[in-house]
Design a protein around this ligand. Structure first.
Ligand SMILES: *Cc1c(COP(=O)(O)O)cnc(C)c1O
Length: 382
């Protein structure tokens, strides 16, 4: 059994993952099953009835993620966007309004502005680093504030405790997308957030081999509504995907420390490089969010973005790396490089979420830091 005082690394390996009662298997089995025998009509064994409603491998993952975020309730989904969709359905209704960051993940903004708009929900994007702007965007029908910190791809930092206070004064829920930090580096619920969202596809799973999402929260009533919608809408992860994510989670703490070690070195090297005009990494003292990041994060993460003065140069760098693979996504053990303007954030071109065209984003992996640095320097040339 978990004890509340167990450390993060202990919870990652044991929370929700007691040895299997039947065989003693030390890892939760992959319950690759859709339905369960009943002992007489309505006589469920251990509450399992049908795997859309609940599956033991998914239960293990949900309990583990809840423990890691320090929350009472965890729900796993087929993708980060499926988790977001289920949450939006629970909290919003036609006529409702939400406020998100002007540097929100492009896919989240697309869901808000191009799917929920036709359901009568409107979205205002503002700078989350400007609390006065957030307050000014609040309307009587505003139901939630949606914030990513660090944000994607500009690595902007928002003061979660201050934003939670602002939201709660107005009777609005605060949702934090904690995908970039992972629960090892930052625990938004403890800072006052109401719901934490994850794309577990990224650091939580950590091996670029599975797509998934999660919600973690403390409020029992909202958790019950979300559990109803998880089953009613059906965007659940399968047992194999739940198991892969749970396998990834076990090493989250050690992976994150190495991601941070490598990213800190690379950010320092980039910031002195003649080709680089600007580095965005919250671990650097000149980053505008550095002080807040120091206050609310354990370390600064594995994501870096930087600018190089022109689109051509940015594309050239993306084409020249050997170890940094050109690709979307982030948070895996292998290093990735991408051009947000033409790749992950192409869907927000022309909107106020548009990103600079000379921006390059790195997801710094856990390979040898020496090798990563050498690769990047050769790609930068000069
Ligand atoms: C990837 C990502 C999402 C969406 O998650 P999927 O698993 O791809 O559906 C949401 N927020 C952030 C910050 C992301 O990086």
């Amino acid at each position: 059994m978990n004890r509340p005082e167990d450390g993060f690394e202990t919870l990652a390996i044991h929370a929700g993952q007691e040895p299997d009662p039947l065989t003693g298997a030390v890892v939760p089995p992959i319950y690759q099953v859709s339905t369960y025998a009943q002992d007489g009509v309505g006589g469920l064994r251990n509450g399992y009835e049908y795997s859309r409603s609940a599956n033991p491998t998914r239960t293990a993952l949900q309990e583990c993620l809840a423990a890691l975020e320090g929350g009472a309730h965890g729900l796993a989904f087929a993708s980060g966007l499926a988790a977001e969709d289920t949450l939006l359905r629970a909290v919003l209704a036609p006529g409702g309004h939400l406020i998100c960051g002007d540097d929100a993940y492009g896919g989240s903004y697309r869901l808000f502005s191009r799917v929920y708009d036709s359901w009568g929900v409107s979205t205002t994007a503002v700078s989350m680093h400007d609390l006065a702007a957030v307050r000014a965007a609040i309307r009587p029908e505003t139901k939630l504030i949606w914030c990513e910190t660090p944000s994607n791809p500009m690595l902007g930092i928002t003061d979660i405790a201050a934003l939670a206070q602002l939201a709660h004064e107005a009777g609005i829920l605060l949702v934090i997308d904690n995908t970039f930090a992972s629960p090892y580096l930052q625990q938004p619920l403890a800072l006052g957030a109401d719901v934490v969202v994850h794309s577990t596809t990224k650091y939580v799973g950590g091996h670029s081999d599975v797509v998934g999402g999660a919600l973690v929260l403390n409020d029992a009533e909202l958790a019950e509504r979300l559990t109803f919608l998880q089953n009613a809408m059906g965007a659940v992860p399968g047992p194999m995907d739940s198991w892969l994510t749970l396998r990834g989670v076990k090493t989250l703490a050690v992976r994150m420390d190495r991601h941070c070690d490598n990213a800190e070195r690379i950010a320092a090297a980039l910031s002195g490089h003649p080709v680089v005009t600007k580095v965005h990494y919250p671990g650097m003292t000149e980053h505008p969010g550095h002080e807040i990041a120091t206050k609310q994060m354990r370390r600064f993460g594995g994501m870096i973005s930087f600018q190089v003065g022109s689109l051509e140069r940015a594309l050239e760098i993306c084409a020249k790396t050997r170890l940094f693979t050109l690709g979307e996504s982030l948070g895996g053990v292998e290093s990735l490089i991408e051009h947000p303007g033409k790749m992950t954030h192409a869907s927000v071109a022309g909107s106020m979420l548009e990103v600079p065209d000379d921006l390059v984003r790195l997801s710094v992996g856990i390979e040898s830091g020496d090798d990563l640095l050498a690769d990047l320097l050769q790609a930068l040339g000069r």
